[in-house]
Design a binder for this molecule. Structure first.
Ligand code: ADP
Ligand code: 5SP
Length: 480
């Protein structure tokens, strides 16, 4: 039985799974941490990837490997292929002014937003690569002058796995290209005119591969493992497109992923173009589309609440479940990193409704879980308003390991949620793509995700009503 590997280079860590290509059975897995921060030297991802691959027993026995990665991160390379500066990540908000400028320059207001939504499927926010390029051109002209090529985290890691064979060998896929702000999911073409508009000149960009095309071969020397059989490289994709593939999302499914980011997305047959900017009209990893809403504040809201209370995540979950639905009126608006949806890059978190009665650890724990889920419920509304069906909501990501999240989600979303077995669905999706590349065929192999659990607690609409009042009252960061 051929084996395949999937790699998830996401915000907090690098995860590797090795699976049977035909059945999808898990053979081995590992992970290695990433550095903190919203700007990271890509070489730290490479070190984590090498460490995780080594811990997973290497890749010498796999037929193919593919990389899923955090989307949007700006990796700038010079003519010699060297990294020019640390990558700005999807959750780095310093290019918020650049996003506003790009909308203004396209006509401003509704017209400017519509221009970008029609051209690239999404309205620029600080997350997107194009706005980061504008920031670099304005704030670091010397670095900007050295840039010869721009690519995304997964593109760069795939290229390193190939032995970094020159800038012409950079490859990406539709899913990740659609998060740059200079590629059109509707036409399947780059908009290098928009890259030039953002950066001031054109740059080399990776070739966009089809869903099961190969990006070349693994260079065994890259991993320091010596000679091996030829290992195919898949095109890889953005982590959300990979999660859709790994969780087996199909028509009518909405995936809610609670990782560092909170994402709500569906697999669609037609491209989305939402001029409000709430829904980003990305492409998926199978040739279809992936309308997606993303929040900057998800699993780390729970981490922060646990830190505030001085408890571990299991205790936080127990505490949250010990408080009443609605937390007695205590609301946490969770904009701890600013926010992207809604577009409030300098907003801060806020706690509303403190009384003597709600000043307990349990109420705070519950408010944290509810606030984080309310922001995602707003995303779910935006997605369905764009025509997505939500017959089934699939909850994945590190935050889905919390019993409180699983139980409170149906109360907030107003519908049942299904939770697949705890797993690394981004890495699994990358592995499934690698299996598709290795085995060929018109579609990825049919792997089972295992038994899902359904959570169907009664909806409690008052939670969102109270949150909606509080959401409008956040204050921005103090100027630095
Ligand atoms: N049992 C749990 N309860 C709540 N959060 C959890 C639990 N297990 C892991 N997490 C959180 O999940 C997050 C990591 O999720 P993951 O999906 O791997 O993120 P990313 O892909 O963005 O790196 C961390 O913030 C971690 O604290
Ligand atoms: O910016 C987005 C999607 O548009 C994020 O979803 C990133 O892709 C990071 O993902 P995680 O590391 O949270 O999985």
């Amino acid at each position: 039985m051929p084996l395949v590997a999937g790699i998830d280079s996401s915000t907090q860590s690098c995860k590797v799974v090795v699976r049977d290509a035909e059945t999808g059975a898990l053979v081995r897995q590992s992970r290695a941490p990433h550095p903190e921060g919203t700007e990271v030297d890509p070489r730290a991802w490479w070190d984590a990837l090498r460490a995780a691959v080594a811990e997973a027993g290497g890749l010498a026995d796999v037929a193919a490997v593919a990389v899923g990665g955090q989307q949007h991160g700006m990796v700038c390379l010079d003519e010699a292929g060297q990294v020019v500066r640390p990558a700005l990540l999807w959750n780095d908000t310093r290019s918020a002014d650049a996003a506003r400028e790009l909308i203004e320059e396209a006509g401003g207001g509704e017209a400017g937003r519509r221009f970008w939504a029609d051209a690239t499927g999404a309205v620029p926010v600080a997350s997107f690569t194009a706005t980061k390029l504008r920031w670099l051109a304005r704030h670091e002209p010397a670095n900007a002058d050295r840039v010869a090529a721009v690519c995304l985290p997964h593109d760069w890691l795939t290229w390193r796995l190939a032995g970094a064979p020159g800038l012409a060998a950079l490859r990406t896929d539709r899913g990740d290209a659609s998060g740059t702000g200079y590629w059109s999911p509707r036409t399947g073409e780059y908009r290098l005119d928009l890259l030039e508009r953002a950066f001031g000149r054109r740059l080399r960009v990776p070739v966009v591969l089809g869903p099961a095309e190969t990006a070349g071969h693994l260079d065994p020397a890259a991993l320091g493992t010596g000679a091996a059989g030829p290992v195919l490289l898949g095109p890889g994709t953005g982590d959300n497109a990979a999660a859709a593939l790994g969780a087996g999302a199909g028509p009518g499914d909405v995936v809610v992923s609670i990782g560092t980011s909170g994402t709500v997305f569906a697999v669609a047959d037609t491209p989305a173009a939402d001029p409000s900017g709430a829904v980003a009209g990305f492409a998926d990893a199978t040739g279809r589309f992936l309308p997606l809403v993303c929040t900057l504040n998800a699993a780390r809201v729970l981490d922060a609440a646990a830190t505030l209370l001085g408890v571990d995540l299991a205790t936080l979950s127990e505490l949250a479940l010990a408080a009443p639905p609605g937390a007695g009126g205590l609301v946490l608006v969770p904009y701890l990193e600013g926010e992207r949806t809604p577009d409030r890059p300098t907003a801060t978190g806020a706690l509303h409704g403190l009384t003597l009665g709600t000043s307990t650890p349990a109420h705070l724990a519950r408010a944290a879980v509810e606030g984080m889920l309310c922001a995602l419920a707003d995303g779910l509304d935006a997605l369905t308003a764009q025509g997505a069906r939500a017959d089934r909501i699939i909850l994945v990501g590190g935050g889905a390991r919390s019993a409180a999240v699983r139980r409170i989600a149906p109360q907030v979303f107003g519908r049942p949620v299904v939770v697949p077995p705890p797993g690394e669905y981004v890495a699994d999706g990358a592995a499934r793509q690698a299996a598709w590349v290795a085995l060929g065929g018109a579609a990825p192999p049919a792997w089972s995700v295992g038994d899902t659990e359904e959570y169907a607690t009664e909806p409690v609409p008052a939670i969102r009503a109270r949150y909606a009042e509080a959401r409008e009252r956040v204050v921005d960061r103090l100027p630095e």
